[in-house]
Write a protein that binds this ligand. Sequence first.
Ligand SMILES: *Cc1c(COP(=O)(O)O)cnc(C)c1O
Length: 383
Amino acid sequence: MKNLPYGHQCIDEKDISEVIKVLQSDWITQGSKVKEFENSITNYTGAKYAVAVSSGTAALHIAAIAAGIKKHDEVITSPITFVASANCILYCGGKPVFVDIENTIPNIDPNQIIEKIIKKTKAIIPIDYSGHPSDLKEIYEIAKSKDLTIIEDASHALGAKYRGINIGSCRYSDMAIFSFHPVKHITTGEGGMVVTNNNDLYEKLIMLRNHGITKDKKRLNRNEGPWYYEQQLLGYNYRITDFQCALGLSQIKKLDRFIKKRRKIVDIYNKELENVELIQLPFEKEYATSSWHLYYIQIKKSKDRRYIFEKLRKYNIGCQVHYIPVYFQPYYQKLGYNRCICSNAEKFYKKAISIPIYPSMKSEEINYVIETIQKVSNSLHKN
Ligand SMILES: *Cc1c(COP(=O)(O)O)cnc(C)c1O
């Protein structure tokens, strides 16, 4: 079997021809496709506003600035995430405060958030790990009682639902961000988006994407002529190109089909792997409809994880571990984080393996993954 990655983009001829059309036009950046792509995301999610940027990380960064995170502010997040969710706090001079995950699913535990809120706490960044929404209503009620901003890292969760409400509608968050990296649900190569229902935040985000510059007449302090613009904030060049957005627009048309296929793979995995002794399977809580960015298994005895992982890799299954707790990273250790802060997260890290799931997986490939896991776990049993 050829190497099967844990995730892979799904690009067809139509996607390619849409990109080529833009490349042959006059505007390959700053044209009409960015706005069209933003509109397609607001239509899909139900949020009022969307700002497309050059990566999910850029989206987190400008969201953190727009939330007003500054030096010495504390921001609560989960350690079971990609480093970008916490790095955006450091970019602003703030301090990431890691709150443990629940003991049933690898999302931040709302009950443990309350204990960590102090005067300096400014915001909460929950992650919808693997496409399974965090308990957003619980988090929202805590945040609103303490006047905190919620930036939902929904990088994994485009197309997911929380209590029947679309992720990205911002019903229970001030801003949500998406990533369009090739392993995510839809791709623009590199790319990201911030969505919000708040007009003030939206106007800031638009400026922050483009150096902090505005040409908006109602924002200008004066008007010296048709050329006139003002830099009012310290922003960045986080713009995304029109040909990337053309790809995104073409991809989002297939999103529901992609997710349906992911759910089908999940059903097969759940059914066929249920009886494998050594592993525990992921599930959805009653409030969640996951979009299944990742299918993660947990090896019940963490001492077996490495053996199983190495065997799967040997059989060309490109499994991965999502994630090493962020504060284990040497950079965070140097900042002084203790290695034992979040016991559930540390336990989860020792057990987790993500196995291949992506829309273009063929039945033979799905079966190969299942058979290999069964074989490897049997061989471990005998040892
Ligand atoms: C992918 C990802 C990001 C960052 O997205 P990029 O587009 O790669 O910058 C942030 N948070 C999480 C949880 C992610 O999975």
